[in-house]
Write a protein that binds this ligand. Structure first.
Ligand code: FAD
Length: 487
């Protein structure tokens, strides 16, 4: 009567759906994580997310051991393997002689495919595979229109989401109550969590960032954020201000429960906190994009709106050079460049800046949104296929409930509005530090005397703009007009 819980993007032991269901159903519950070479092999050797996961596994292991120890179970804890998960997991389940494997839903297309293979292999071994919702509040077809179709516009989706919400959906799974079913790890399964080096990775600068890992790290960030949540609606707009929660990677890897976060926000919103209501709305966006991906998996490499698959993006050597300048923060537009330095140095980028640089890539440089999406996918610590794809298609105007194509962000106006004093720009572009506030947003407009006073040689320490925004705007309007003819 044994079960195995397979942890994937749910690296915590509290309020964890799969763990709860396994503990309730079986008498001997093992817990495992597989460093999946199918996911890890294509990544760069220094990847903050791998280090974050490794740190989080230590936290999860500690939680599991403590829960087991409270029931007098001596060798509790996490079994960690390294290999192709589609093979390793069924092999481990077989070794442990369990009757069932429990996991939580992962609706990314690659994960669906992997899970189908795992399910097939387990079934050949006579082992059942159960999975549950855990990653979002409402998934798949839980929130539909009155006529039973999925929503593709956010506001009515959000209204329906809020209407459906009640304590049942936000209640925590009482895992601890059933922890007596945790099993001792067999002797051959007690090796420590492998080091980064052992799985072929290098140390990154993660330890210098304010991103503590694991459930304890999530608690720290949450506690800090709850003191600021009432001002979130205002503070979130300005990249130089500590406005958002920075919980993205914790939500991505499930070191904190979405039910707990939504509950905290909902409770405060009900008492009139505008900040909490706005934050809850962001969590709803997260669910929204997950259900879009579920119902419209073509968005992974196609525009949500088919006519926009005909958009003629720039190609060739010049386009490649523009793309490289964008990636490396050499566009000559300070806010864009500072934002790209932020993602390159930390793996984080402020939401406002994600919109600004995505708009710049697609509408100022005329480059395919998929190039930017792929860049974010390798660099963001909180990379989540559904949200990243949704965000990119929103900015590129190809998405479901997207920015209209004729509303094109002016990167200088965005800078003047959201980083008026140039604080954020100065943090990442110290060579511009001496420019006065009003010139820092567009240094090419500064007079030679101002540049000299700021000790700045344009074209040397900092590039001249690689495109003219006005001209680019015209080209973008034409590009979209041509595509619209296919509608
Ligand atoms: P907070 O502002 O504290 O928000 C809390 C949580 O709500 C976030 O962690 C996230 O899970 C969710 N959330 C917030 N905004 C959104 C949104 N617009 N869409 C979906 N979920 C949201 N978010 C990701 O989680 N992963 C991505 O890969 C990602 N890529 C993006 C790409 C582009 C081009 C754009 C415009 C946005 C993207 N976002 C992505 C959404 C948003 O920018 C980040 O979630 C947010 O900046 C993360 O910081 P935070 O945790 O401090 O967020």
């Amino acid at each position: 009567d044994g079960a195995l819980v397979w942890f994937r993007r749910d690296l915590r032991a509290d309020d964890q759906a799969a763990l709860y269901h396994a503990l309730k159903a079986a008498r001997q519950v093992y817990c495992a994580f597989v460093f999946d070479t199918a996911i890890l092999d294509p990544l760069p050797r220094a990847d903050r997310r791998v280090e974050f996961i490794r740190g989080s596994l230590a936290g999860l292991d500690a939680q599991l051991r403590a829960m087991a120890a409270a029931h007098g179970i001596e060798h509790g804890g996490l079994i960690v393997r390294h290999g192709d998960a589609a093979h390793e997991l069924p092999r481990l389940a077989d070794e442990l002689h369990v009757q069932a494997v429990y996991a939580n839903h992962d609706d990314d297309p690659a994960a669906i495919e992997r899970d189908a293979r795992v399910r097939g292999r387990l079934s050949n071994l006579g082992i059942a595979f159960h999975s549950s919702k855990d990653h979002v509040v409402f998934e798949r077809s839980e929130v539909l229109t009155a006529t039973g179709s999925p929503y593709s516009v956010f506001t009515p989706y959000k209204n329906a989401w809020l209407k459906k919400l009640d304590d049942f959906y936000l209640g925590a799974y009482p895992v601890k109550r059933y922890a007596g079913a945790l099993a001792e790890r067999p002797e051959g399964c007690r090796s420590p969590i492998p080091s980064l080096e052992a799985i072929g990775f290098e140390k990154t600068n993660l330890h210098t960032l304010k991103l503590p890992s694991g459930p304890v790290g999530a608690d720290e960030l949450l506690e800090d954020f709850l003191e600021r949540i009432d001002h979130y609606d205002q503070a979130r707009e300005f990249p130089s201000v500590k406005g958002p929660s920075y919980l993205g990677p914790h939500l991505r890897f499930g070191t904190v429960s979405i039910r707990r976060l939504a509950h905290e926000a909902h409770r405060r919103a009900a008492k009139g906190s505008k900040g909490a209501a706005t934050w809850l709305s962001e969590l709803v966006w997260r669910d929204f994009y997950h259900q879009i991906l579920h119902h419209h998996p073509h968005v992974v490499d196609h525009a949500f709106k088919p006519e926009y698959d005909t958009l003629k993006w720039e190609h060739g050597k010049h386009a490649d050079a523009l793309f490289a300048a964008w990636c490396e923060g050499r566009t000559g537009y300070p806010l864009v460049d500072a934002a790209m330095h932020q993602i390159n140095q930390t793996g984080y980028m402020h939401n406002r800046l994600r919109m600004v640089v995505a708009s710049f890539l697609t509408k100022d440089l005329g480059l395919d949104w998929r190039r930017g999406e792929a860049y974010f996918a390798t660099h963001l610590n909180d990379y989540e296929l559904a949200s990243n794809n949704g965000g990119w298609q929103w900015a590129a105007s190809t998405g479901c409930d997207a920015q209209p194509y004729f509303r094109i962000f002016n990167p200088v106006a965005q800078s003047e509005k959201f980083d008026a004093e140039g604080k954020f720009i100065r943090r990442y572009l110290p060579q511009l530090a001496n420019l006065p506030d009003k010139l820092i947003h567009a240094p090419w407009l500064a007079r030679p005397v101002d540049l000299a006073a700021a000790d700045l040689a344009l074209g040397k320490q900092y590039p001249a703009p690689i495109v003219d925004h006005g001209e680019a705007r015209g080209k973008t309007m034409e590009r979209f007009a041509a595509a619209k003819q296919h509608a």
